[in-house]
Design a protein around this ligand. Structure first.
Ligand SMILES: Nc1ncnc2c1ncn2[C@@H]1O[C@H](COP(=O)(O)OP(=O)(O)OP(=O)(O)O)[C@@H](O)[C@H]1O
Length: 311
């Protein structure tokens, strides 16, 4: 059963189109990973989905309710963990969670139980009476999550929740996403980190310049590029002539070079590695490291757009 239906949605800022006739469906029980580089339109889509930004064209429905016509019914079903922290530094952690849970209508004993549960869930019970000003970046992110889940929403949306945090908090957040899903919530998780989206998602949509350029399970997406692999070489003394010669090699499908980091797409199992090494050595390029990467989401993105996700 579908929980979210986005149909032909368009958003423009001034003359520029940020979300371009986007259509996608998210089913109940999924962890849907929305992957795309910076500026792809992920946050804009999420804001429209939550009713925080007007839709220019098209329609979004959550649990059957139109975001335009029934915004309150939609908001009640959603817990949003926004990209920019939405917590009050002057309130304690507990007061923050309490505040957001009250906005969703919780009162009395149930309110206190749910606040306890949310704080426990993100591992902040011990420090619930402190103000978040004293917290690390990762703890603030976890508090941000607690504020979004205390009302037990059907749909939890996390917009780049691991940007700029320590590995321990990152792992904690990724594990909480899985656990929230096991407890029954459908999750939309946006990120420009391929590894995170790969590790978490049951289905993945790849967004670029406001378009959904690919969608499917991890296996579906990998199968689209199973005939390619990538070589990543860190080099010194790279020259334009070497790049040019590599580009004209018949078996090199694509190539990007930034500050000596060379990424080359070649047919799988027939990697013309010797040729690449020969050309580089001919041009006196020093090879500092070389990695062979099996087809992955980055390969797919590169194959569809000619750019890397990090561009
Ligand atoms: N308030 C705004 N005014 C003008 N342009 C905007 C505004 N918000 C977003 N944009 C533009 O819309 C496009 C999509 O931005 P959006 O923030 O949705 O991308 P994103 O995929 O979430 O990337 P990021 O991870 O960097 O937030 C970008 O080109 C961005 O510059």
């Amino acid at each position: 059963m579908s929980l979210v239906q986005i149909e032909q949605v368009v958003k423009r800022y001034g003359g520029m189109i940020s979300v371009d006739h986007l259509t996608l469906t998210i089913r109940q029980g999924e962890i849907y990973g929305l992957l795309g580089p910076n500026g792809a339109g992920k946050s804009t889509t999420i804001k429209m989905l939550c009713g925080l930004l007007d839709i220019d064209q098209g329609e979004i429905r959550v649990d059957g309710f139109s975001v335009r016509q029934r915004p309150l019914d939609v908001k009640r079903r959603i817990g949003l963990v926004p990209q920019d922290l939405a917590i009050y530094e002057r309130l304690t952690a507990r007061e923050n969670v309490n505040f957001f849970a009250r906005l969703y209508g919780l009162r009395g004993n149930l309110l206190q139980e749910r606040v306890d549960e949310a704080l426990e869930f993100v591992g902040l019970s011990d420090r619930q009476h402190e103000r978040p000003g004293e917290y690390s970046g990762g703890m603030k992110r976890r508090l941000n999550i607690a504020c979004a889940i205390a009302h037990r929403p059907k749909l939890i949306i996390m917009d780049e929740p691991t940007v700029g945090i320590d590995p321990q908090s990152r792992n904690h957040i990724l594990e909480s996403v899985r656990q929230l899903n096991r407890m029954g919530s459908t999750i939309i998780y946006t990120s420009h980190y391929m590894e995170e989206v790969s590790a978490l998602s049951t289905r993945i949509g790849i967004l670029d310049k406001g378009h959904l350029i690919a969608e499917g399970t991890q296996e579906d997406l990998r199968a689209q590029v199973s005939d390619e692999e990538r070589l990543i070489l860190q080099t010194a003394h790279m020259s334009a002539a070497a790049v040019q010669e590599l580009q004209s090699h018949p078996r090199i499908k694509r190539l990007t070079e930034t500050d000596g980091r060379l990424e080359v797409c070649v047919p799988a199992n027939h990697a013309p590695l010797q040729d690449v090494l020969f050309i580089l050595s001919k041009h006196d390029v020093t090879i500092q490291s070389l990695t062979r990467v099996e087809p992955d989401l980055e390969t797919l993105f590169l194959s569809l757009t000619g750019r890397t996700l990090r561009d």
